[in-house]
Design a protein around this ligand. Structure first.
Ligand code: F6P
Length: 326
C-alpha cells in the first residue's frame, strides 16, 4: 500500500497546448486509483498563497481539446527563495497533500528538483513546453502543436513572399533550442534554419538563400530560433540587408501565437499517456523523476538528467534540410 492518499497538481512556466489534457489524465488516473486530487492554481505561486481546490472527475470534463491551462500558470520568483519554498511546504502540510505532479518546462522541473531535495518530498514532473528542450523524452507536450502552428504560419507567409519575390526571416520560439526552427523549416519547405546549436556565418547564409532564389521560385524563407546565439531574426536580417542589398528582406516574429491553440492529436495522446504514467510512478514510489516517452516507451528520467540542457539536435536533419532546399 502506498502512503500517498492525496496528490496535488500544478502547471508552471510558459503554457503549452496539451497541458489541459495532462491535467485531465492525472486527475482521472489518480481518482481511478483511489487518490484525492487537489488542484493548485497559478503554479508555485498558488502553492505559496494556498490557492487550492479539490478536483473531482467532472472538474476536468471537456478540457482535452482546450489550449492553455485551466489551472493558470506563472513564473514565480518567490519559489526561488528558501523562504518561499518553506511557505509552499507549509501549504502542502496544511492541505494534507502527500505528493505533487508538476507540469512544465525546464524552470518548473528545476524548481521541483530543489524543493523535493530540500523538503524530502515526492514529486513527479511532466514535460510541458513547446521548446522540446528536455532530455529523456522524444517530445514534450505542446511541441507538436507549436510546430503545426509554425507550419501554417509559414505557408501563409510563403504566399506573400512568392508574390513579392522577397526574402523572409521568420523568428520562432525555443529559448536557446533549435527544435522548433529546424523541424518547422523542414515541415514548411524553408530554405534554411538558423539555430543556436550550430553556428551559421552570414556568407554561408548567403549561399543558402541563393539556393532558394536559384530555384524556379524567386523567394526565400529562413527560420531563425530566438536566442542570443543566433541574434534573432531582426539582427540577422539587418546583416543580410547590408551584405546582400539585392534582396528585398522582411521579418516576421511569430511570438506567442506559437503557444496557443487546440492541441494536436499527438499532443493529446502524449499528455494523456504521461498523465496516467505520473500516477503509476507515484504509486510505485518513484520520486524526483520526469515522465519521458522514448521509442514509444514510458521512462522515468531523474530531474537532474532531464534539465541538464543537453538534449541533442539531430544533425542529420540539418543535412536533410540542406539537400531538400537545393
Ligand atoms: O519556454 C517556453 C517559451 O515560450 C520560450 O520559447 C520563450 O522563450 C518563452 O517561453 C517566453 O516566455 P514569456 O511568455 O514569459 O515571455
Amino acid at each position: 500500500m502506498s502512503a500517498i492518499k492525496c496528490i496535488g497538481i500544478l502547471t508552471s512556466g510558459g503554457d503549452a497546448p496539451g497541458m489541459n489534457a495532462a491535467i485531465r489524465a492525472v486527475t482521472r488516473a489518480a481518482i481511478y486509483n483511489g487518490l484525492d486530487v487537489k488542484a493548485i492554481y497559478r503554479g508555485y505561486k498558488g502553492l505559496i498563497t494556498g490557492e487550492i481546490k479539490q478536483f473531482k472527475t467532472q472538474n476536468v470534463s471537456n478540457i482535452i481539446q482546450q489550449g492553455g491551462t485551466i489551472l493558470k500558470t506563472a513564473r514565480c520568483q518567490e519559489f526561488m527563495t528558501v523562504e518561499g519554498r518553506q511557505l509552499a511546504y507549509d501549504t502542502l502540510q496544511r492541505e494534507k497533500i502527500d505528493a505533487l505532479v508538476t507540469i512544465g518546462g525546464d524552470g518548473t522541473l528545476s524548481g521541483a528538483r530543489i524543493f523535493a531535495t530540500e523538503h524530502d518530498y515526492p514529486i513527479v514532473g511532466i514535460p510541458g513546453t513547446i521548446d522540446n528542450d528536455l532530455f529523456g523524452t522524444d517530445t514534450t507536450i505542446g511541441y507538436d502543436t507549436a510546430l503545426n502552428t509554425i507550419m501554417d504560419a509559414v505557408d501563409k507567409i510563403r504566399d506573400t513572399a512568392t508574390s513579392h519575390e522577397r526574402l523572409f526571416f521568420i523568428e520562432v520560439m525555443g529559448r536557446d533550442a533549435g527544435f522548433l526552427a529546424l523541424n518547422g523549416a523542414i515541415a514548411s519547405g524553408a530554405e534554411a534554419a538558423i539555430i543556436p546549436e550550430i553556428a551559421t556565418e552570414v556568407d554561408q547564409l548567403g549561399e543558402l538563400i541563393k539556393n532558394g532564389f536559384r530555384k524556379s521560385k524567386n523567394s526565400s524563407i529562413v527560420l531563425v530560433a530566438e536566442s542570443p546565439t543566433t541574434g534573432g531574426a531582426m539582427a540577422l536580417a539587418e546583416r543580410v540587408k547590408n551584405e546582400f542589398p539585392q534582396y528585398d528582406v522582411r521579418v516576421t516574429i511569430l511570438g506567442h501565437i506559437q503557444r496557443g491553440g487546440s492541441p494536436t492529436a499527438n499532443d493529446r495522446i502524449l499528455a494523456s499517456r504521461m498523465g496516467a504514467a505520473a500516477i503509476d510512478a507515484l504509486l510505485e514510489e518513484q520520486r524526483n523523476v520526469m515522465i519521458g516517452i522514448r521509442n514509444d516507451q514510458i521512462e522515468y528520467v531523474p530531474f537532474n538528467k532531464a534539465i541538464k540542457n543537453d538534449k541533442p539536435i539531430n544533425r542529420d536533419l540539418l543535412n536533410t534540410l540542406r539537400i531538400l532546399s537545393t
